[in-house]
Ligand binder design. Structure first.
Ligand SMILES: Cc1cc2nc3c(=O)[nH]c(=O)nc-3n(C[C@H](O)[C@H](O)[C@H](O)COP(=O)(O)OP(=O)(O)OC[C@H]3O[C@@H](n4cnc5c(N)ncnc54)[C@H](O)[C@@H]3O)c2cc1C
Length: 43
């Protein structure tokens, strides 16, 4: 079973953390929650 990383917040910090985690550990399952309608797309 894959290790799941849950990120709360989809702006700069959240999406940077998600992309860094996935680059370093591609096997991780990343789930991000964002309360608003938009996420950062340049992290
Ligand atoms: C007026 C203003 C102008 C700025 N101008 C610039 C600029 O020109 N250039 C620049 O580089 N920086 C600028 N900044 C700074 C930049 O906006 C912040 O450094 C950056 O947005 C911080 O990102 P963050 O992900 O840490 O936090 P935030 O942007 O605060 O993101 C947090 C995210 O978490 C979400 N969230 C919070 N609680 C929950 C929850 N319980 N469940 C789900 N989602 C949740 C929020 O909806 C939000 O999307 C500015 C900031 C302000 C206030």
């Amino acid at each position: 079973m894959a290790t799941r990383v849950v990120i709360v917040g989809g702006d700069a910090a959240g999406m940077s953390a998600a992309s860094q985690a996935k680059r370093r550990r591609p096997e991780l399952e990343i789930v991000a929650f964002e309360q608003g309608p938009y996420i950062s797309y340049s992290a």
